[in-house]
Design a protein around this ligand. Structure first.
Ligand code: DGY
Length: 329
């Protein structure tokens, strides 16, 4: 008698080659493109499944775990895992995995693209042109703020923060300052040409503040009215981390009153809903959570999540475990 193959759910549509790989090991239920499960639907879909391939949009919390006692692993296609209640997963003996490293450089590229689009008013000027409003060239037409030689302030100096710092320091001759829970060792600081400062100094001195910190409950509204008030009137704020890190109402007020020059946001507190205030101000560049979105990188992320599912459900090990104590208690 042959042992039945484990059953898994791919909770959000993935590229065909990823699904093909998973089908070689598992009974797979996939999700059609454009379909997103509510928490109740997700729990229903996970009945009888030992593995789930998730994205940041699927919450794996105590309620879901209680409803899905057969679940053994949730493999997130994301480096961030604020959609996981990790202590509840550990208590339930469910492994969580994420996708670090494979997206670092691509995400840093986008952080820089968003910084440049924000500083140089790329979206605002394109809308103006498309609307047929361009009548004459003038000296101050969409004049923005400088990128090269300016001060780049990075809040959160993990792998992606360091990759952004390298781009700023080596590519654009920027003066890089950073703040992080712990200071980097001297070698890493030298590689990024980055100088450690306090959080207050970072907001006061930076011409461009880039947020790349992980989203934990303590990071909620790390950037609020007080932090924005410290920024220079010519400064920009770029968020490629998680929306909840910024108090969006405070940011809208500052943008509207031009207390800072502009913002570039790839992530939003209630995404995919966007704070209507942000849609009403011109000096903000808004993108739909695409910082890691290139075909090669999104493929690598999904393949890493697939490899975690395969390694854990067939061999009891994982490549990038978040709560390894579940594997080796
Ligand atoms: C990540 O990897 O965390 C990105 O934000 C995609 O969710």
């Amino acid at each position: 008698m042959t042992t039945p193959r484990p059953a898994i759910l791919i909770a959000r549509a993935v590229f065909p080659e990823v699904e093909h790989k998973l089908r070689q090991h598992f009974e797979v239920e996939s999700t059609p493109p454009g379909v997103f499960w509510s928490p109740a639907q997700l729990a229903e879909k996970l009945q009888g499944k030992t593995g789930a391939m998730t994205t940041g949009g699927e919450r794996v919390d105590a309620a879901l775990l209680a409803a899905c006692p057969q679940l053994k692993i949730a493999a997130n296609i994301a480096v961030g895992y604020n959609n996981f209640d990790l202590p509840a997963m550990t208590a339930a003996g469910v492994l969580g995995t994420n996708t670090p490293d494979v997206l670092t450089e691509t995400t840093a590229d986008f952080g820089f693209a968003l910084l440049m689009a924000t500083a140089r008013r790329v979206s605002e000027s394109e809308h103006f042109l498309r609307a047929g409003q361009w009548k004459e060239w003038s000296l101050d037409l969409f004049a923005g703020v400088e990128v090269h030689g300016s001060t780049l302030g990075i809040l959160g100096m993990g792998r992606i923060g360091q990759a952004i710092a390298r781009r700023g320091a080596h590519g654009f001759g920027m003066n890089v300052i950073y703040h992080n829970r712990s200071r980097l060792d001297a070698d890493k600081e030298a590689a990024c040409k980055a100088r450690y400062v306090s959080k207050d100094e970072l907001f006061a001195q930076a011409d461009h503040v880039v947020l790349v910190l992980p989203y934990t409950p303590t990071a909620y509204h790390t950037v609020g009215a007080a932090e924005i008030a410290r920024m220079k009137p010519s400064a920009t704020l770029i968020n490629i981390a998680r929306g909840g890190i910024v108090d969006e109402d405070a940011l809208v007020a500052a943008l509207r009153e031009r207390r800072i020059a502009a913002a570039g946001l790839d992530v939003f507190e209630g995404e995919p809903q966007v704070n209507p205030g942000l849609l009403s101000v011109p000096n903000v560049v808004l993108t739909p959570h695409i910082a890691s979105a290139t075909i090669p990188t999104r493929t690598a992320m999904a393949m890493l999540a697939a490899d975690n599912l395969i390694a854990y459900l067939t061999e009891g090990r994982a490549l990038t475990p978040l709560n390894p104590q579940v594997i080796a208690p």
